[in-house]
Design a protein around this ligand. Structure first.
Ligand code: XIL
Length: 358
């Protein structure tokens, strides 16, 4: 049995950070409208639809502190795949130059193995969550290439063969207008940093699937076209690339109408796709109407993956509102996940089941 590590990325540069946002309003949500009614299991449904998995991101603090959360995550009829939300990022794995720590990532890999779940890695090269010894180093071109190659080789090499079938490499190379995003790798090495990172990843684990992930590529537009052009160029030059991750951090009611068409445009290039970080956030407080719209939106996204043969699976970026990154990142927004803060399934869960059944 094999699985994979996938690496990708993103942090929204314009995101604002707030704490203590009310997650739901009193009197606006009825118990009946809030609960899911489906008895089907999400990973079972994904497999019945021909997908490899339905999965979730997870992070070590939640696993350590919340046994109920961990037990639900460990049910492989619900989740067939895990992504590490932070544990394999650069600042977590190489906080000092040449000093690697895999403890937290290893915990998540061991959990996935114990549960019979596929592992996707996340992520090896990204402009965010870099330790300052990388981002503020002033390294010259040759030095940063060496530092980057060593990081990719060491992290992916560490996880090689550990039941990781998918290795997603990197993330978020583009600005919304389709130009390459500014990060220390692009500024120092130039666009070939993407080639070099992918080649180092392939060398470190030839069986791992290499993905590039990004956000705002889920519908047709300049950024999606730029991703198509990048993948076409990589393939034409023999640079390894196996998949495109559509992060899918959506706003309620704003699922791109061209989502399925864009997935098909990507897979037509000869790569697979995956929905790698799905959440659908609303402006708080919750209402019955917003929960119903969220159910529809989850179904729309999952249906698109179901309809595209080379869409391998759907991963939510945490399955529960209790631990979502959204409220602390997007002021006034939240309740983006299919389980609520009490670890109960929401109507969005019914949307997922319906999406795999369509
Ligand atoms: C987020 C995590 O969920 C947070 O815990 C962390 O503080 C910041 O990063 N796109 C990505 C993910 O590729 O790595 C990001 O994860 C969310 C946006």
């Amino acid at each position: 049995m094999r699985s994979l590590i996938s690496t990708f990325v993103s942090l929204l540069a314009s995101a604002t950070f707030t704490v203590g946002i009310p997650r739901s309003g009193s009197g606006t949500v009825t118990a009946k409208a809030r609960a899911a009614t489906s008895t089907a299991r999400s990973n079972t449904a994904a497999k019945a639809a021909g997908k490899l998995y339905f999965g979730s991101a997870t992070d070590n603090p939640f696993l350590n502190e919340d046994a109920t959360y961990k037990a639900i995550l460990s049910d492989n009829t619900l989740f067939g795949q895990l992504s590490p939300e932070n544990a394999m990022k650069w600042d977590a794995t190489e906080p000092e130059q040449g000093v690697f720590t895999f403890t937290n990532g290893d915990v998540i890999v061991a959990l996935a193995q114990a549960n019979g779940q596929i592992m996707r890695g996340h992520n090896t090269v990204w402009g965010s969550q870099l330790p300052s010894w990388v981002s503020d180093s002033g390294f010259d071109n040759a030095t940063l290439i060496s530092v980057m190659q060593n990081h990719v080789s060491t992290v992916i090499g560490h996880y090689k063969g550990q039941m990781l079938t998918y290795l997603t490499m990197y993330a978020e190379p583009f600005n919304d207008d389709g130009t390459l995003a500014s990060n220390v790798f692009f500024e120092t090495i130039g666009p070939t940093y993407i080639d070099l990172a992918l080649q180092a990843a392939r060398a470190a684990d030839p069986n791992a699937k290499l993905y590039i992930n990004d956000f705002n590529i889920e519908g047709e537009g300049a950024k999606a076209t730029a991703m198509e052009n990048l993948v076409t160029d990589l393939k034409s030059r023999g640079i390894p690339i196996d998949g495109i991750g559509l992060e899918s951090h959506f706003i309620l009611g704003e699922i791109p109408t061209t989502l399925q068409a864009q997935m098909e445009a990507f897979t037509a290039l000869g790569v697979e796709v995956a929905v790698t970080e799905l959440d659908i956030r609303m402006t708080l407080p919750e209402t019955d109407a917003l929960l119903a719209q969220q159910q529809t939106d989850y179904q729309t996204v999952v249906s698109a993956c179901t309809a595209v043969a080379d869409c391998v699976g759907v991963t939510v970026w945490e399955y529960t509102d209790k631990y979502s990154w959204v409220p602390s990142t997007f002021a006034g927004q939240g309740d983006a996940d299919p389980w609520d803060e009490n670890l109960e399934m929401k109507p969005a869960y019914d949307g997922i089941i319906a999406g795999f059944s369509s």
